[in-house]
Design a protein around this ligand. Structure first.
Ligand SMILES: Cc1cc2nc3c(=O)[nH]c(=O)nc-3n(C[C@H](O)[C@H](O)[C@H](O)COP(=O)(O)OP(=O)(O)OC[C@H]3O[C@@H](n4cnc5c(N)ncnc54)[C@H](O)[C@@H]3O)c2cc1C
Length: 387
């Protein structure tokens, strides 16, 4: 818990970074503080009252999607896929993901954005030549789910309900009629979801502004900036932007990801499709207005230059293989960004102090899981600071 000089006095809070974490945090603190009472007055007790909240963003809050200088929140696919990610990540990510899957619909309802949340599952498929990859994926997933139910007996149910094996082209086509006819097997992960993230990112700001949060764009800020001298508390949500800052104890790194946005009126998909591949984690995500996003490369590099020819060709040929009708799709734009990650690819909520001894809470390292785990992490941070 943060030690404020006077817990009961009004508080001036700064949030550095207006990407995914910054927006979620600003809206959530403001919405809690605007509630009259929650569960017989707990809100009063945890001290989120009489606050003045400012968000400082280095770039534009509504960036041109074609520009390189923007939050990685805009480049993301915004899949909420705890089970698919479990195969290559820690159980902690799965647990935070499960919690976020329950928080997203509630929070989106509060900002009148429930139409942007789609829980229709996701589908993992493989070309006939890569079926060994699919089988291995299923084995790994089964093993991880078993591990989880041993560690946490209360989650035993999870093991059996998390996915369904698809054994024929007909079964696949019932779920996704527009998949190419050479796909014969797959896994259906029925609890997974995805978000139309661009409107959600805008909505979070609009609703936070209604609750008196003040947003300042084109204002790069460091925790020791003199403009922050009269703030009682600073949240650092700068993602990769906090690299080499004095409070970056665990040393954030950037992991490059490249994606392509397309439009096709001929193809309809209802859920994200993951395509097993020996070298890449490829996925195709349906977006509003006949748009699709194919991604994503994952390269240990902090290079922020445009997508390479090689990545572009590999993503596009994967797309063509899903359904040759994609050859007539229009390329809207190609994009790349850096996922903010720590050495262990796990998120961290850390407390430190500015040179003026103001408490600083940093929420960072969300890596490839910002949407998947964001709400649960913000919930934990708020509890840590105010309860
Ligand atoms: C290709 C790709 C695909 C992805 N797909 C998914 C997915 O499907 N599902 C999922 O859950 N996650 C996904 N992610 C990950 C997700 O985008 C990130 O985890 C998430 O955006 C991290 O949130 P953040 O707020 O920490 O950082 P960001 O969203 O990057 O926001 C940081 C903000 O801080 C600002 N900033 C930086 N420096 C300063 C400064 N000095 N002063 C003020 N502001 C500053 C930046 O301009 C930016 O707006 C993907 C990421 C990429 C790159």
């Amino acid at each position: 818990m943060v030690k404020f000089k006077n817990r009961n006095a009004g508080k001036k809070i700064a949030i550095l970074g207006g990407g995914l974490c910054g927006r979620l945090l600003a809206w959530r603190i403001a919405s809690i503080s605007s509630m009259e009472t929650v569960d017989n007055g707990i809100i009063e007790d945890i001290g989120i009252k009489n606050i003045e909240l400012h968000v400082f963003e280095k770039g534009s809050l509504n960036p041109n999607l074609n520009t390189t200088d923007k939050a990685s929140a805009f480049t993301a696919a915004a899949m909420l896929s705890p089970s698919s990610e479990l195969v290559s990540s820690e159980l902690e990510i799965f647990q935070l993901g499960q919690r976020s899957l329950t928080l997203w619909p509630k929070w989106l309802k509060q900002i009148n954005g429930q139409q942007y949340f789609h829980q229709r599952g996701s589908l993992v498929i493989a070309h006939p030549n890569d079926l060994a990859e699919l089988r291995q994926f299923e084995k790994d997933l089964r093993f991880k789910l078993q591990q989880l139910s041993t560690k946490q007996p209360s989650t035993k149910q999870i093991k059996t309900s998390q996915y369904q094996l698809i054994q024929s082209q007909q079964q696949l086509n019932v779920l996704e009629p527009n998949l190419g006819n050479h796909f014969q097997q797959g896994l259906f992960l029925q609890d997974e979801a995805h978000i139309d993230h661009h409107p959600v990112l805008n909505k979070l700001i609009e609703e936070a502004q209604v609750l008196d949060v003040q947003f300042h764009q084109h204002q790069p800020m460091d925790i020791d900036d003199p403009k922050l001298s009269d703030f009682d508390l600073i949240f650092d949500c700068r993602g990769f932007g906090s690299k080499q800052s004095s409070n970056d104890q665990a040393q954030i790194r950037g992991v490059r990801g490249e994606v392509i946005w397309l439009e096709s009126k001929e193809i309809t998909l209802t859920r994200p499709i993951r395509i097993m591949h020996p070298r890449y984690k490829l996925y195709l995500v349906p977006k509003p207005n006949n748009q699709f996003m194919i991604g994503a490369t994952e390269i240990e590099s902090e290079d922020q230059s445009p997508i390479s020819l090689r990545s572009s060709m590999e993503l596009m040929s994967a797309l063509y293989a899903i359904n040759p009708a994609f050859s007539e799709a229009r390329i809207l734009y190609q994009d790349q960004n850096l996922r903010p990650a720590y050495f262990d690819n796990l998120p961290k909520i850390q407390q430190s102090e500015s040179k003026r001894q103001q408490p600083v809470i940093s929420i960072n390292g969300l890596y490839r899981h910002g949407y998947l785990i964001g709400p649960a992490l913000i919930e934990q941070a708020i509890e840590k600071v105010f309860s």
